[in-house]
Structure formats: C-alpha cells, structure tokens
Design a protein around this ligand. Structure first.
Ligand SMILES: Nc1nc2c(ncn2[C@@H]2O[C@H](COP(=O)(O)OP(=O)(O)OP(=O)(O)O)[C@@H](O)[C@H]2O)c(=O)[nH]1
Ligand SMILES: [Mg+2]
Length: 372
C-alpha cells in the first residue's frame, strides 16, 4: 500500500480527487517489549487470572500487589481477593512456617536477617512477614527493619513484607495468614513471621505457624522481659540470644535454668520436647544448630502425623475465629441493637438489670426480628 493513502470507506462514490479525506496507513506494529509477557502490565487493575498467574510464576511485583489486594479494607476488593486465594490454595502448604517472638530488642529482626541470609544461601526461598497490632501507631517496626535487614533485603530469594496496619489484632492476623498463603503459592518454602511479645499477638501467630520460637536475652529477669509462663508454653524452642562476648556465661546459665523449668511444663507440640538453646543472632553462632532443630522438628512431626493434624486444626480454628468476627460485626451493626444498646448499658451500669439478663434481653430483640 502506498504511503499516499486511500480514500476511506465512507467517501461518496462520486467524490473526485478534490475530496480531502484520506486514510494514511500507519507503520507496522511496534515489536512487543520484553516485559509485556510477564510481569503483567502495570495497570491500576489486574484481573484475578493475572494476579494468580503472576503469583504462581513467582513474580515478586505481582505478589506484593496481591498482598495489597488482600489487605485492602475496601468491600470491592474483598470478592476478588477471596477468589484469588481460592485459586492459589491448591499451590499452598508446602512451606515450613516459623513464628518468632520476644520482647522488643530481644533480637528478632537480627535473627531473621542472619537466619534468612543463611537459608537463602542454602537455596531456600524465604518470606518474612509480621504481626504487629501496634504498627498503626508506630508505623510498623518491621518497616524500619526492612532497612535494618539490609543484607536479607538484597537477597534475590528473600521477600520482606511489613505488618498490615490498622484494625484489631484479628484483622491483622487474618491478613498475615493470607499473605503467607500467597507467598507459598509464589514458591517461598520458608515463612518467618515476627511478632512483638504482647501476649495476644503470640497466640495469633502460634495459630498460624508450625514451629514457634521464643527469643530471650540473658540477664534480664522474667518480669523485665514480660515473659509469662503461658508464652513459654507456646514455644517449640527457646533461644537465649546475645550469647556473645561477656554475655556468654550468663546465657549458658539461663539456658540451664530454662531447661530445668521446661521439664515441668507441658510441651507445645505432642511428642516433642521443648528445649532452650544459646545463640547469637549478631555473630551467627548457634544459628545453624537452631535450623537443624527446626528441621528435626519437621521430620519428627511429619512422621508422627502431628504436623498434618496441627495444620488441619489450625484451619478449623481459623474458620471459627472468622465466623466469630463476622457475627460480632453483624450483631453490633444491626439497627435494633444500636437502638436498644444504650438503654440496656445504662440499666446494667446503674444495677437496674443484671448483665446476664441484659444480654439475653438484647438477643431476644434480635430473635424477634429473625424468627428461626
Ligand atoms: N550482642 C548482640 N546484640 C544483638 C544480638 N541480636 C540483636 N542484637 C542487638 O539488639 C538490638 C535489637 O535487635 P533487633 O533485632 O532490632 O530486636 P527486635 O527483637 O527485632 O526488636 P523489635 O523489633 O523492636 O521488637 C540491636 O541493636 C541489635 O544489634 C546478638 O545476638 N548479640
Ligand atoms: Mg524487630
């Protein structure tokens, strides 16, 4: 076709050469850019299929966007996020999920940096997530950590994601759990979940991991570390961290002391004895051994079936906690409840009505609305 152009199809048949409109053929199509196949195009909106394909192919940018999608509180994102999770679910479950807790400053992030780099060098793909219900206030401690975990964040096989911010612990934990599934679908085979030692968040993390590690520092009394017996009972191992320099002797004494105490406690995992170890996240001493303990745990628990049973039980518990959360939201969102509650609260506060009777009265109102 000549560059001078053709008459367009709608040109009147009798139009002569004076007719002004002409169609000029364009140049042949631009060759596809090397980036146009994967990752998916950088648009505001990806289809669920694009998200799923991107995640399953291990594309980190899509993984990060998929986590943002599941973290979104916008109702319009919810259905797509859930459909995405449904699609990737068959590709999850093969990673080892490790929870790490300890009071602020115990060395959790330093340990994750050292352990994470070590695991990447062994050929693992390591994802680091966090549950930090306070992070809406502080801006997320792991966010600062991302710059602190300098070496790990440069590893090609590592993925670091700060804690979801805002909302109650339940919501934060749900988002981290779903992010974990996305990371597994993207091929990460070790998931490290850091949480601050605040009590409730440890229980939330324990309910989503296979192995739970408690970090302690020698010298500080238990009261100082805010460690309750309950948290020790959740742990599959205790690492007395900072066992370097002058601290070494004190760390060894603390290890012996904890091992004695652990003898009298019910282990967190049936058939496994929780023990205390010493190590240094800073120098790396004892960290190889710590990983060997975790691998031995996986082996033993898989053979005994405890591993699989825990995963199934966690899924069941998760369902129930989601149901409880939704019921709670639904109940307090009902107009009838919102109308009746202030008066009922008043009656309870002024001792005009016992709390039990008040709760029943409120349920009666709902039952009258929904006779079932
Ligand atoms: N000597 C020594 N110092 C350590 C060790 N591990 C961590 N530290 C130091 O302890 C401080 C706190 O370490 P982090 O890894 O940030 O502690 P964290 O538990 O993640 O703290 P939060 O995120 O605030 O809860 C840093 O200054 C570290 O360098 C260790 O094994 N030995
Ligand atoms: Mg930290």
């Amino acid at each position: 076709m000549s560059k001078s152009g053709q008459k367009p199809a709608w040109t009147p048949a009798e139009a002569g050469e004076a007719f002004a409109s002409k169609v000029i053929p364009g140049d042949t199509a631009v060759p596809p850019s090397p980036h146009s196949v994967t990752p998916p195009p950088r648009r505001n909106h990806l289809t669920t299929k694009e998200y799923a394909q991107g995640v399953l192919s291990g594309d980190r940018a899509t993984l990060a966007r998929a986590i943002t999608l599941i973290e979104s509180n916008a109702p319009r994102h919810f259905d797509q996020a859930q459909e995405l999770l449904r699609q990737i679910l068959p590709h999850t479950g093969s990673a080892i999920r490790v929870g790490i807790t300890g009071v602020p400053g115990a060395g959790k992030s330093t340990l994750i940096e050292t352990l994470g780099v070590m695991l990447c060098q062994k050929g693992h793909k390591v994802a680091v997530l966090a549950v930090d219900p306070t992070s809406s206030v502080s801006g997320g401690s792991i966010l600062g950590d991302k710059t602190r975990m300098e070496q790990l964040s440069q590893e090609e096989n590592a993925f670091i994601r700060p804690s979801p911010t805002g909302g109650a612990l339940g919501g934060v934990a749900r988002k981290t759990r779903e992010a974990m599934l996305l990371c597994e679908a993207a091929g990460f085979d070790v998931i490290l979940v850091e949480t601050v030692g605040t009590g409730q968040s440890e229980i939330a993390v324990r309910s989503m991991v296979d192995f739970f590690l408690l970090l302690l520092v020698p010298g500080a009394g238990d009261e100082l570390q805010g460690i309750k017996k309950g948290v020790v009972e959740l742990a599959d191992a205790i690492l007395i961290n900072k066992a370097d320099g002058e601290n070494k002797i004190r760390a060894q004494a603390a290890r012996a002391e904890y091992n004695r105490a652990l003898h009298y406690l019910t282990p967190a995992t049936a058939g496994w004895r929780t023990r205390a170890y010493t190590g240094s996240a800073l120098t790396g001493a004892g960290i190889e051994h710590l990983w060997a303990v975790i691998e031995r745990f996986r082996e033993k628990a898989t053979v005994s079936g405890v591993w699989q049973a825990r995963r199934r039980e966690q899924a069941r518990e998760w369902l129930h906690s989601l149901l409880a959360e939704q019921l709670h939201e639904w109940f307090y969102g009902l107009t009838a409840v919102q109308q009746a509650l202030p008066q009922i609260e008043q009656d309870v506060m002024s001792d005009a009505l016992p709390a039990t009777a008040a709760a029943r009265q409120l349920f009666q109102i709902i039952q009258n609305q929904f006779p079932f």
